[in-house]
Design a protein around this ligand. Sequence first.
Ligand code: YH5
Length: 290
Amino acid sequence: MSLLNCGNKTLDLSRPAVMGIVNITPDSFSDGGALYSSGKLDLSKTLVAIEAMLAAGADIIDIGGESTRPGAAPVTRAQELDRVMPIINAVSSRFDCLISVDTSTAQVISEAAAGGAHIINDVRALQREGALAAAAASGLPVCLMHMQNQPDSMQHNPQYEDVVAEVLAFLHQRKQQCIEAGIAADQIMLDPGFGFGKTLDHNLALFNGLDKLAQAGHPVLVGVSRKSMIGQLLDSAVDERLMGSVTMALLAAQKIKAVQGSLILRVHDVKETVQALHIWQQAESFEDTE
Ligand code: YH5
């Protein structure tokens, strides 16, 4: 079992898949408004960035129009649709790639699915009103992520008794809700939600528990790229986190492989991540014939 059915496409998960982040919010922390020109989202700039990710080996393009950065202005449904749909339509007509939509909003899920998206990626694990029904109706695979509290308050003193057990229990409970709503078990991916209501120690405990999460039998999505856990470990600013991000991506791949799990890596730096995976795969499959 290493193929994920994504509507009219399939995703090969016999090796780690790379999901390239396309952040079309004007206020992203890691790549703040990079795709904007004079205050407006620049479609051609965005498509050039996506094309470069695909050329670098991205398997999936993740398109999101909501900033989950603490303190970010909440996005309205109309704004989110306005940001996301033109990009999904343009990508789906121009490129032959898998598209995931990073959203919690029922109407965005439905319209994105109708516009050619292949995966629903929700940091709120389909808990918003109508989201679960919209995802089930789309027939597409879903990624359920764990978050403690809401983006505006999640980093104010996050607390757990046992972070790994609590995150696993939450994901298990959301998975059951999805199955009850008619989503097939093999269409569900799980994500511990690095940085979403977690201290550095919580993030590291979850990282070490990735094998346990993978043992639930679902593909695991890992998003550590440029996040503050890497900044804290290296004492580095957001534009100095490339090596840390790639290193953690590779470590995650090794942990998941050790338990025969499937993995999707959500990253900003597609080219460098793909290169690291490539080196690892070739070094590992080398057979000494002497
Ligand atoms: C995720 O982990 N994350 S949006 C802060 C940063 C850098 C990056 C301080 N959507 C995830 O990428 N979806 C986001 O620097 C996600 N898993 C899934 N499934 C936050 C983000 C980021 C935040």
